[in-house]
Ligand binder design. Structure first.
Ligand code: FES
Ligand code: FES
Length: 160
């Protein structure tokens, strides 16, 4: 099949690539862009490890074709911290609240939590549970993750 030219902005950087129509956004980011912070677990939409933001919405990059992202703004975990390396509020809250152990699921959780708090800056615990329900973690038992999202919401609240 013929490749298709796409133009995207990834973490603010314009990119032009020629991609096969069936290349997933996850493989595009990891292989073509070298951004391996987007993890692949199940590769069929169940685990959330591949979550990225597409025009500000959290999506599963294993379920999106790269060609569908043509013209879009994509944010990956590599674009979440400040340029000087300062962690985002969500990242710092995960670190401070034991929101990770092995870290495999963490990029996906950070992207999902960042999108959740953008849409709902003061979520209840039930809304946090609902918001992260599409992401799987095999290590933490989730309590630290819920505490991290709550702490990030409170930290953002104080900074406003
Ligand atoms: S790798 Fe995409 S949802 Fe699991
Ligand atoms: S920290 Fe290991 S899978 Fe979540």
């Amino acid at each position: 099949m013929t490749n298709i030219d796409i133009e995207v902005r990834v973490n603010g950087v314009p990119q032009r690539h020629s991609v096969p129509p069936r290349l997933t956004l996850a493989d595009f980011l990891r292989v073509d862009c070298g951004l391996t912070g987007t993890h692949l677990g199940c590769e069929h939409g169940v685990c959330g490890a591949c979550s990225v933001m597409l025009d500000g919405e959290a999506v599963r990059a294993c379920l999106v074709f790269a060609v569908q992202a043509d013209g879009a703004e994509i944010t990956t975990i590599e674009g979440i911290a400040s340029k000087d390396g300062t962690l985002s509020t969500v990242q710092a809250a995960f670190r401070d609240n034991h929101g990770l152990q092995c870290g495999f699921c963490t990029p996906g959780f950070v992207m999902t939590a960042t999108a959740l708090l953008k849409d709902n800056p003061r979520p209840s615990d039930d809304e946090i549970r609902e918001g992260i329900s599409g992401n799987l973690c095999r290590c933490t038992g989730y309590q630290g993750i819920i505490a991290a999202v709550r702490a990030a919401a409170e930290a953002d609240d104080q900074s406003h």
